[in-house]
Design a protein around this ligand. Sequence first.
Ligand SMILES: Cc1cc2nc3c(=O)[nH]c(=O)nc-3n(C[C@H](O)[C@H](O)[C@H](O)COP(=O)(O)OP(=O)(O)OC[C@H]3O[C@@H](n4cnc5c(N)ncnc54)[C@H](O)[C@@H]3O)c2cc1C
Length: 311
Amino acid sequence: MISFSSPELFRARWLQSDTNYLLGGGSNTLFLEDFDGQVFINEMRGIEHAESDTHHLLRVAGGENWHALVTYCLDKGWYGMENLALIPGSVGASPIQNIGAYGVEVGQFIASVELIDIQSGKATTLNNSECEFGYRDSVFKKALAGKTLITHVNFALPKTYSPVVSYGELAALDNPTAQQVYDTVIAVRKSKLPDPDELGNAGSFFKNPVVSVSHFERLKKAASTIPGFVVDNGVKIPAAWLIDQCGFKGKTEGGVRCHITQPLVLTNTGEAVGNDVVKLARSIMDTVRERYDIALEAEVRLVGRNGVINL
Ligand SMILES: Cc1cc2nc3c(=O)[nH]c(=O)nc-3n(C[C@H](O)[C@H](O)[C@H](O)COP(=O)(O)OP(=O)(O)OC[C@H]3O[C@@H](n4cnc5c(N)ncnc54)[C@H](O)[C@@H]3O)c2cc1C
């Protein structure tokens, strides 16, 4: 493992090998076997604050911890990101899949992302629209995948606080303070999601699939209770519902368990190795495809001996 605290140090070592993997907090990465190359750990730290008439402006180094940043902002009275409390990982990884929870996505608060092109060393700043944020998606998962080091993320938090309580358990809150939203999000997450420090898991294993409206209508005729949320490019269906309907919730195979309170999460009961996880994940994907004609896509990065592997 190679820790780095500056882009120059990172790049100098990275270019010494053809087989490299960059880690932030490692929470969205699953090593299936020993990696035959260099693994880099981002230790770039620092939070700078400025303000305009309307916003708190933060420039945060990619190696900072995400949840610690949310807590720091709350303590300072810079509100908005409370719904994203307790999401594991680093600030540098947060724009990559546009982390989201409880009706909020980080892209809403990102003014720009600073990065370097790993091969050329050229530094660039992408503004919000250039980041192409979408549901669990951004340019960093598409055209720029694997090509850049995100060095800093610039946030703009509105000075006027308007809580987002449209989603799930937060809907019960009446005009809450930011602290109340933060506390509720943490309590709900703790009650539903296993703590990776106690029970190995990488969060949601699959993305929620988006199907066409006609596909959704076909499914609805066969299964009237199927939930769906209209989005820009079709209808988003909770993958947890599909997995549950296919009988996987609570099921354990080869030491890998489909979590009982959130079937989107696969946990290691202690003995499982990478291929056990792949086996159960493939079995879930095959069953969902056969039954609903939907191809689930892994949200977690799977890394084999030589690099990233697609399921
Ligand atoms: C229990 C649990 C709950 C979770 N809940 C949520 C949730 O509610 N919402 C949600 O959206 N996600 C959730 N996740 C997923 C995870 O928290 C996010 O994907 C997070 O952004 C991963 O950060 P990381 O630093 O740990 O990423 P890592 O696993 O270290 O890296 C992920 C990818 O980003 C790349 N990367 C990391 N840092 C950089 C950088 N500075 N520059 C360029 N590339 C980089 C890596 O190479 C890798 O490809 C959850 C995960 C767990 C384990």
